[in-house]
Design a protein around this ligand. Structure first.
Ligand code: HH2
Length: 261
């Protein structure tokens, strides 16, 4: 999954893809380089991010969705949003997946996804982006995240979402310390055992900086190491900024291990 952030303030690529035609070209390049899904998002959910007004999120996304209709990337489109209204706009424009970091908190989200026959990625987050890193606490992080994801999966199915349309995500960096993030990566098998494809978004994140001492712009090698660890632990989808490098690493890793890329 290649990341297309159409935001002024995303933590690693804010402002890079604000022009709609350039955003569509970046989407096409990621698909050409091997991204199987393009994830378009118009709200930064980095730690400390302020909430974005609905009209701003819609206004950022609409021209990019229009550009992606005119210049389709050649890979399915997912929309990274917590709002059903924004998801509906993207689904109208041909998106097939909703990537919801709040796991369907908007009461209209799960019914919308069910009604449209779309897919949904349900992610775990403790708290809200603005304050989630203030003092995150868990009794046992892996079992608590797994129990939450299982409950949200049940809620989605109860709302009419097909079980095989659900992807689960432990939410690396969303209300988690470095120790929590490491525990989740090491315990990913518990999330995989819930029986749905697992998505891991760790590209360029703080945990890579914690482990390597590198700044945001210097985390490619660490991100690739983390991506391979995620795949080794059973992740099915990697949400990444650096598509060609990650695809090369994955291809080599899986071929040499004797598996499928
Ligand atoms: N991480 C981010 C955004 N969306 N979605 C899922 N499913 N999983 C993630 O881990 C995830 C996500 C944050 O990364 P990014 O989009 O690069 O930054 P920002 O939130 O600042 O736009």
């Amino acid at each position: 999954m290649g990341i297309l952030n159409v935001t002024p303030d995303s933590f690693s690529d804010g402002g890079d893809h604000l022009d709609a035609r350039a955003a569509a070209a970046h989407a096409r390049a990621m698909a050409r380089d091997g991204a199987a899904i393009i994830d378009v998002g118009a709200e930064s959910t980095r730690p400390g991010a302020p909430a974005v007004a609905e009209h701003s999120e819609l206004a950022r996304l609409q021209p990019v969705l229009d550009a992606l209709v005119v210049d389709p990337p050649g890979a399915p489109i997912s929309v990274d949003t917590r709002r059903a209204s924004v998801a509906a706009l993207a689904l109208d424009a041909g998106a097939v997946l909703v990537n919801d970091v709040s796991a369907g908190a908007d009461p209209h989200m799960l019914p919308l996804v069910a009604d449209r026959g779309a897919g949904i990625c349900l992610m775990h987050m403790q708290g809200e982006p603005g304050t989630m890193q203030d003092d995150p606490r868990y009794g046992e992080v892996v079992s608590e995240v797994a129990a939450y994801l299982e409950a949200r999966m049940r809620a989605a199915v109860d709302a009419g979402v097909a079980e095989d349309a659900i992807i689960l995500d432990p939410g690396i960096g969303f209300g988690k310390t470095a120790a929590h993030n490491l525990a989740l990566m090491r315990g990913l098998g518990t999330i995989v055992a819930l029986g749905r494809p697992v998505l891991v978004g760790i590209s360029r994140k703080g945990i890579i900086g914690d482990l390597t001492g590198r700044g945001v712009g210097e985390r490619l090698a660490g991100s690739i190491g983390a991506a391979l660890a995620a795949v080794d632990a059973g992740a099915a989808v990697l949400r990444v900024h650096d598509v060609p490098e990650t695809v090369d690493a994955l291809t080599t890793f899986t071929q040499m291990r004797g598996g499928r890329a």
